[in-house]
Design a protein around this ligand. Structure first.
Ligand code: MN
Length: 138
């Protein structure tokens, strides 16, 4: 058993992988035979990942706010707290916050044999992002 106390600094999502401001808290890191990687990812309004793929797929579980997710060739989907999305291995996709809302999700995946969690592509352009359906106000 190994306890990691609440003392790991929040990191900022790197600009190569994200558009806008994103903060990441590590939840689980691969160690010895465990390949599990999990992060709590906090997207500010309008922030999103770049297009990317995960070698073994990924599950995201929304805990806060209103988010968006899209697979290549599909519509942009609006996602809410309690929603869970699985991206297939190798499926090109992005995820992030709605334009006017924060969004937090827990992102979980198994890294590959070399410890890779993702392959990154182009940023989601403003034009691509603008195709999102309107998020209704309560
Ligand atoms: Mn992903």
């Amino acid at each position: 058993m190994h306890i990691t106390r609440n003392g790991i600094n929040t990191t900022k999502g790197p600009g190569e992988w994200f558009t806008g401001t994103v903060y990441i808290d590590a939840v689980a890191a691969p160690a010895s035979s465990s390949r599990l990687s999990a992060n709590s990812v906090h997207f500010t309004p309008g922030a999103r990942t770049a297009w990317h793929k995960h070698p073994n797929g990924q599950t995201i579980f929304v805990t806060e706010g209103v988010g968006l997710a899209q697979r290549r060739g599909g519509p942009i989907e609006v996602i809410h707290p309690g929603d869970r999305v699985f991206f297939e291995p190798g499926e090109d996709h992005w995820h992030g916050a709605a334009p006017t809302r924060f969004m937090t999700h827990i992102a979980m995946l198994d890294v590959d044999d070399k410890g890779n969690s993702a392959t990154w592509g182009d940023h989601v352009s403003d034009a691509e992002y603008a195709a999102a359906p309107a998020v209704e106000e309560a």
